[in-house]
Design a protein around this ligand. Structure first.
Ligand code: G1P
Length: 290
């Protein structure tokens, strides 16, 4: 399999779970500590040596592309003010990756969003990262998939075990474990009822796919929720040509879930030595009085 150089990041969702915060701000731009959610996702891609990022956007999301571009006015203010560390930081973000974008003009589902990137992907294998899913610790999340895709020469999907009461929120795979944490996918189903779920192995928004997925997406009928589901196209691809799943290590936060979003904020703030003790002190007091 050729090197994975491109990632598709669908960002055209409404962010209804995070309203009213997301009424006029894309959910991907909500901050987790001092960076917007989307920056963590792009940093993960960059650590896995992915150079080209394709955002699948809508009309209200151009601020996401701007975040990964230079802001000359701001840079000159920082330079004149001698704030050189901040200057370096904002320039670094602009230089992380090449940014491309394509509009998803109708919100017809994740599979449809991926389909919108077809002409930018062409014949190369590529990654997909769902912007709500943040992965931390150890080997960069998408890098874990790339490793297996390269050695098995097959598409790979990232999974994690979730409690049975949550299986209906995810794509769920049925797989045969061929080596520790690596599965050959036998089947997969989008958001099954608990009693229909073949396992607790949930797809967590990281994929490495081959361009033949587009032929399957083209044929797939609207599925769960009347949407064009990526899971349905992958199910057909897995049956015809084979697919692997990797049980991902590290931590995962769903940025669209308030409890996880807030936990992620505290987690990252606690990594900052300058903030850690002050924050811990405040949290301790707060917990005592609640
Ligand atoms: C999408 C996918 C689902 C996957 C999930 C991971 O669902 O359709 O298979 O498990 O992302 O976050 P969504 O959360 O967009 O409804």
């Amino acid at each position: 399999m050729k090197d994975i150089r491109k990632v598709v990041i669908p960002v055209a969702g409404w962010g209804t779970r995070s309203l009213p915060a997301t009424k006029n701000i894309p959910k991907e731009m909500l901050p987790i500590y001092n960076k917007p959610v989307i920056q963590y996702v792009v940093e993960e891609a960059q650590r896995a040596k992915i150079k080209d990022v394709i955002f699948v956007t809508n009309r209200d999301k151009s601020v996401i592309e701007d975040h990964f571009d230079y802001n000359l006015q701001l840079e000159s203010v920082l330079e004149r003010g001698g704030k050189l560390d901040k200057l370096e930081e904002v320039r670094r973000v602009a230089e992380m990756v090449n940014v491309m974008s394509v509009r998803q003009k109708k919100q017809l589902g994740l599979g449809h969003a991926v389909m919108c990137a077809r002409d930018l992907i062409r014949d190369d294998p590529f990654a997909i990262m769902v912007g709500d899913d943040l992965m931390f610790g150890g080997v960069p999340g998408i890098g874990q998939l790339i490793e297996v895709a390269m050695s098995e020469k097959m598409p790979v999907v990232g999974v994690m075990e979730v409690p049975w009461e949550k299986v209906s929120k995810y794509g769920i795979i049925d797989g045969e474990e061929v080596s520790p944490g690596v599965y050959r996918v036998k089947d997969m189903v989008e958001k099954p009822a608990r009693e229909d779920a073949p396992s607790r192995l949930a797809i967590v928004g990281r994929y490495v796919l081959t361009p033949d997925i587009f032929d399957y997406l083209e044929k797939v009928k609207p599925g769960k929720g009347g949407e064009i589901q990526l899971t349905d196209a992958m199910q057909a691809l897995a049956r015809d040509k084979g697919m692997m799943a990797v049980r991902m290590s590290g931590m995962r936060f769903d940025a669209g879930d308030w409890a996880e979003f807030l936990t992620a904020n505290i987690y990252f703030a606690l990594q900052d030595e300058d903030l850690r003790y002050e924050l811990l002190g405040m949290l301790k007091n707060f917990v005592q009085f609640n």
